[in-house]
Design a protein around this ligand. Structure first.
Ligand code: NAD
Ligand code: TYD
Length: 346
């Protein structure tokens, strides 16, 4: 069972597993919120080893029935509310999906699995649970104390604690990974990189929060999917693995670099897209810097990022330029309302 498989990262994980493991039956459990889109999986939806179940991770009856029907023996759990800005305006949904939903999954897995032999519950989390770094702090490691500061990261931290509690209390075979910011194809355009590309294409203002000096560590989403594969198959039960790109950028550097790449790709005059950059009111409680020390997964499981940021960013930009219809589909309807409300006055 892979939860959240119709979302950004989940769709890359499903694609990797369905293609790489023809002998597994992959059950994609997703309730298709605004962020879930089956179009993300159109290339593999007819494969014999893939099934989609429209179900809510909070719903005990639905999830129990799926465990029974497919004899689920492994869970990779990605379903979540994932956008920090939405968590600031509506934290309750984050507690319900991310905390209660995760607890519901854990509880059903524990009750359905008579013994834990050959079973695995792998929870996908974020580096944001560790809080915010200043410029000269060392990077987050697996032993950094949790210090979540947004409703999103608080809900993910809480779910991580429940997952660990099931290991210590019931001996459930769990794994957790905490990853830095992902980028790549199929990311919902409320997140920075696809939002900037979409606004540039449409010559709309590019909203940069505060001074644009917050720092994120960006990882190619397909490298995250590969790390998930490696951890699921070779990681140790009860362990946490940090996943990152060793790739820190200030938001402004990143946005400017996307503007320049797109000047060229769209045949615009040099510097034209930078004129769209608009500094807007900062995000409340905006975490300054995230950075991941990924030594453990590199040493223990032999994983490291496979591509350079420049290459990944260019591929990502090309994907959005070549898939305008995808963008149009996901930005119609509710997204317009969200955008107008959130970026009022921009
Ligand atoms: P996303 O918002 O693109 O996708 C989330 C998916 O979960 C959607 O398909 C949605 O329909 C589904 N979903 C939401 N609520 C559900 C529910 N109650 N029941 C069933 N399905 C539900 O998110 P993403 O960016 O792909 O993130 C996936 C996971 O990875 C999340 O757990 C997130 O916290 C974590 N993560 C994300 C990043 C990142 O940069 N995007 C980084 C580190 C960790
Ligand atoms: P985001 O993609 O929302 O990821 P996260 O908040 O989980 O790191 O944002 C990445 C960074 O970009 C973050 O520092 C906030 C900033 N940002 C903007 O400056 N403008 C925007 O419109 C958005 C969505 C984000």
């Amino acid at each position: 069972m892979i939860t959240g498989g119709a979302g950004f990262i989940g769709s890359h994980v499903i694609r990797l597993f369905v293609n790489k493991y023809p002998d597994y039956r992959i059950v994609n459990v997703d309730s298709l919120t605004y962020a879930g889109n089956l179009e993300n999986l159109s290339d593999i939806e007819n494969k014999a080893n893939y099934v989609f179940e429209n179900a809510d991770i909070k719903n005990e009856d639905q999830i129990s029935a799926i465990f029974d029907q497919y004899h689920i023996d492994g869970v990779i759990h990605l379903a979540a509310e994932s956008h920090v800005d939405r968590s600031i305006s509506g934290p309750m949904e984050f507690a319900l999906t991310n905390v209660v939903g995760t607890l519901n999954l854990l509880n059903i897995a524990k009750n359905k699995w008579a013994d834990f032999e050959g079973k695995s519950f792998y929870h996908i989390s974020t580096d944001e649970v560790y809080g915010s770094l200043s410029m000269d702090d060392p990077m987050f490691s697996e032993t950094t104390a949790y210090d979540p500061r947004s409703p999103y990261s608080a809900s993910k931290a809480s779910s991580d604690h429940f997952v660990r509690a099931y290991f210590h209390t019931y001996g459930m075979p769990i794994k957790i990974s905490n990853c830095s910011n992902n980028y790549g194809s199929h990311q919902f355009p409320e997140k920075l990189i696809p939002l900037v590309i979409n606004n540039i294409v449409n010559k709309k203002d590019i909203p940069v929060y505060g001074k644009g000096d917050n720092i994120r560590d960006w990882l190619w989403v397909e490298d995250h999917a590969k790390a998930i594969d490696v951890i699921f198959h070779t990681g140790k039960n009860g362990e946490t693995y940090n996943i990152g790109g060793l790739n820190e950028w200030t938001n402004l550097e990143l946005v400017e670099s996307m503007c320049d790449i797109l000047d060229e790709k769209l045949g615009r005059e040099k510097g034209e897209n930078r004129k769209l950059i608009t500094f807007v009111k900062d995000r409340l409680g905006h975490d300054k810097r995230y950075a991941i020390d990924a030594t453990k997964i590199e040493n223990d499981l032999n994983w490291k990022p496979s591509i350079e940021f420049e290459e990944g960013l260019e591929k990502t930009i090309d994907w959005y330029l070549n898939n305008q219809e995808w963008i149009e589909n996901v930005t119609s309807g509710d997204y317009q309302k969200y955008y107008e409300e959130h970026y009022k006055g921009v």
